[in-house]
Design a protein. Structure first.
Length: 266
């Protein structure tokens, strides 16, 4: 779970509106409530189309559930903030998403260092901690409210091997060459700096062996009851990870509604 300045604000500032678009919040999974740009911001943005050579494009949103930034042809989704934390801990999530099966598919070793990016309240972080009793879980978030919640849950659960980490919108603030596995669940599609985050994640992974586990709802399956913009296809995910130097390993399709895509640092 994260917070960030909206790309709408960056665009509006670039054209000299002086408008403040405020803060948007960075989160995980389907949104109970979404942040919308103002009608004024939407109107002003209609005349603006900007592109650069890094894969980003700024244009009017095709889907109202997304922002006006596109990456490698994919519109970036609106996000959920700390106000929706209860959604992450909802009753039935384990069954809906097959989270126990997901943890098994990660094939963790007891000594692994794992980074849970977009950790939120620690739904996955504290389960991961049990899988790596001689290792460490770095629970990364950029919302101070979520870091506070992680610290409280760490004390409550006596999870000594979980370390909350305050990141930024462009970096998870992890040491280079230090992580065995990065886990991102239902959050990557909402990153407003996916290229920068991807590069920073690659740097944090151990060379040759460090893996990224990317979990996203299946865009290819219309029966998955999630808004299209909150899904990703295997093709799109592979394209975006290849752009930051991550090598595809495999796709695991044993989860009820999501892809589990595994990549490694070359």
């Amino acid at each position: 779970m994260k917070y960030r300045f909206s790309s709408w604000q960056r665009t509006l500032n670039a054209v000299g509106t002086g408008s403040s678009a405020g803060l948007l919040l960075w989160g995980c999974t389907q949104l109970p409530a979404e942040t919308r740009p103002s009608a004024f911001a939407t109107q002003r943005l209609q005349a603006v189309v900007q592109a650069d050579t890094s894969g980003y494009e700024t244009a009017p949103p095709r889907d109202p559930n997304g922002i006006g930034t596109y990456y490698m042809g994919r519109q970036i989704a609106h996000v959920m903030g700390h106000e929706g934390a209860s959604w992450l801990e909802r009753t039935g999530r384990r069954q809906e998403e097959g989270t126990d099966l997901l943890l098994k598919e990660l094939q963790l070793k007891p000594t692994d260092v794992v980074a849970d990016i977009g950790a939120g309240t620690g739904f996955f972080s504290f389960q991961l901690a049990k899988k790596v009793p001689k290792g460490e879980v770095l629970a990364v978030d950029i919302q101070p409210e979520m870091i506070t919640a992680l610290q409280a849950n760490k004390r409550k659960l006596k999870a000594a091997n979980v370390r909350p980490v305050l990141g930024t919108t462009t970096s998870p603030a992890l040491p280079a060459d230090s992580v065995d596995l990065v886990l991102i669940v239902d959050a990557y599609h909402e990153f407003d700096h996916p290229r920068e985050m991807g590069r920073a994640i690659r740097r944090a992974l151990k060379p040759g062996t460090g893996r990224l586990a990317l979990v996203e709802y299946r865009a290819e399956d219309a029966n998955v009851p999630i808004k299209r913009i909150h899904k990703m296809s295997v093709e799109q995910a592979r394209k975006e990870m290849a752009a930051v130097g991550l090598e595809f390993i495999e796709t695991v399709e044993t989860l009820p509604q999501q892809h589990l895509l595994l990549f490694r640092r070359k």
